[in-house]
Design a binder for this molecule. Structure first.
Ligand code: ATP
Length: 285
């Protein structure tokens, strides 16, 4: 068997306190090459703190962190060129055009991706000569992604890349992110949107109050055995709710009993928890 590849990101017992506040309380995670990894959590959960530690912008209080084989606190310029960062608020010069912005930024890197290729990757071909201030919010965000891609990084951090987007801009952004996977990039995505994680991520990790409360593929998390299926029906005018982890057997028993008595299970409804339900349950404070 070939040796398994080294993780792009590896975190062991990461801790970060701000005075009395323990923002991150001993988390562990690994991100493998070429995967889209979604880091989910409610406001104040510790996402930004963790991401900024990974990016080398914040010092940790304890634990071990390796990003592309180096400790971000000590890594230098060469390492920084291997990562791309898309922040929540962009860094665009409003008076430069799309092409000028990318060309300018390309100058900071030793082996940038060709500007025209990046413009195509983020779907801004028709807007290459438009000034940033005349782009729509969604187009500006795509240019932000383009700026992060111009240095041809191996690893991209996308911080809430579609917050505030209309549904069609979100779809377009999702296409761009899916395209990054096709290029073999590793993507660390923070988001508040379950559907986004479900759609894009290979693996999801949920953080709440500084601790990891769940991890797995989007399918695993939505289908966890500990999350019962809910069966509802009406009997004698009253709603009956049955929670079960063996829904096929329970349904068989219920319907079998009803058939034997020649009765109907009125308003029968079977629901499985979605990733959103799991998320809400896990992060309720
Ligand atoms: P959001 O979704 O709102 O961006 P988050 O998950 O990114 O939230 P963090 O910004 O990492 O959360 O914050 C985690 C906790 O640490 C919060 O309680 C926050 O108030 C606290 N915190 C973050 N930055 C600082 C700081 N510079 N000084 C003191 N406390 C901080």
């Amino acid at each position: 068997m070939p040796p398994s590849p080294a993780p792009v990101i590896s975190i062991r017992d990461l801790r970060k306190s701000y005075g009395e506040t323990e923002a991150v309380r001993g988390i562990e995670l690994e991100v493998m090459p070429g995967e889209v990894f979604a880091f989910l959590g409610p406001n104040g959960a510790g996402k930004t703190t963790t991401v900024e530690i990974l990016e080398g912008y914040r010092k940790r209080s304890g634990g071990e962190v390796s990003v592309l084989g180096e400790d971000p606190e000590r890594a230098g310029r060469e390492w920084r060129e291997r990562i791309g960062i898309v922040l929540q608020s962009g860094r665009l010069d409003p008076y430069l055009t799309v092409r000028e912005s990318l060309d300018l930024y390309a100058g900071y890197f030793r082996s940038p991706r060709p500007t025209e290729e990046v413009i195509a990757l983020v779907g801004l071909e028709g807007k290459a000569d438009e000034r940033a201030r005349r782009l729509s919010g969604g187009q500006q965000r795509r240019l932000d992604v383009g700026m992060a891609l111009i240095g041809d990084p191996e690893l991209l951090f996308l911080d809430e890349p579609t917050t505030g987007f209309d549904p069609s801009a979100r779809r377009q952004a999702w296409d761009v992110i899916a395209g990054l996977r096709d290029l073999g990039k590793t993507v660390f995505l923070t988001t508040h949107y379950m559907d986004e994680a479900q759609r894009l991520a290979d693996r999801v990790t949920i953080i709440a109050a500084g601790q990891i409360v769940a991890r797995g593929t989007p399918e695993d998390l939505g289908d966890r055995e500990s999350q019962p299926t809910t069966i509802r029906y009406r009997a004698d005018g009253e709603e009956v709710v049955v929670e079960t982890t063996t829904p096929v057997r329970t349904l068989n028993e219920l319907t079998g009993a009803a058939l034997a008595k020649g009765e109907e299970l009125e308003a029968l409804e079977v629901t499985r928890p979605s990733l959103e339900d799991v998320y809400l349950e896990l992060t309720e404070s």
